[in-house]
Design a protein around this ligand. Structure first.
Ligand SMILES: [Zn+2]
Length: 217
């Protein structure tokens, strides 16, 4: 895997300190799992954060804090371990996904535009961003769009290109409201990406405005 596009360093730092929301954590985590360079950066950040903690003055803990904490742990709802029906449907297809994604529960895949389908990733917490797998047929020309929030993408299979260059397996793409792009999927095969999105897509141009109400990602 030759990775040429990496997440910005502030996202990697936030991953190391656990400051990212679940969806963003997942997408940055998928990239880092496959990228030795970013993994080294994240490990260095984790080490720095650990040292900072070790050197910090111990804070006084109020009486009863331990009991309170234990009570909270006992109160915490048990982890939901019900098997998801939807997940099994695509298990076969997603067997070669990165480990971190295979542990996720996937919702039902649905078609959102010609050649484009979306499969939501069921995350237990409630972050601001949604995560999903986005699959596009070879040669699909995505409609020109901008974002009302941010969009984090990591390519799993296939490729796409836009003004920022070509994005192949492992590559990370960061989009926000300032970026106006029109990705084209490579011809070598379907393109599968894991995406974390805050806000919505805004389609540009006449056709985009026309179909925009129907494209609910
Ligand atoms: Zn990287």
């Amino acid at each position: 895997m030759s990775i040429t596009h990496h997440p910005p360093e502030d996202l990697l730092a936030d991953l190391a300190t656990g400051a990212l929301g679940e969806a963003e954590h997942l997408v940055v985590g998928v990239h880092v799992a496959g990228c030795a360079r970013c993994r080294r950066f994240v490990q260095a950040m984790e080490q720095l954060a650990g040292e900072a903690l070790e050197n910090a003055e111990p804070a006084a803990i109020s009486d009863g804090a331990f009991d309170l904490l234990m009570a909270r742990i006992q109160e915490a709802p048990p982890r939901d371990t019900r098997p998801s029906e939807a997940r099994n449907v695509d298990e076969e297809e997603h067997r070669d996904l990165p480990e971190i994604l295979r542990r996720c529960r996937l919702g039902k895949r649905r078609r959102v535009a010609p050649g484009v389908s979306v499969q939501p990733i069921d995350l237990p917490g409630r972050g601001k961003a949604r995560a999903f797998l986005l699959q596009s047929a070879p040669g699909t020309r995505m409609i020109e769009h901008t974002h009302t929030g941010t969009e984090l993408t990591c390519v799993l299979k296939g490729s796409f290109s836009h003004a920022g260059g070509r994005y192949g397996p492992g590559d990370f793409d960061y989009g926000d409201e300032d970026i106006d792009h029109r990705p084209i999927v490579g011809d070598e095969g379907p393109c599968l990406c894991v995406v974390a999105m805050i806000g919505d897509l805004r389609m540009n141009g006449f056709f985009g405005r026309l179909i925009s109400p129907f494209v609910r990602l």
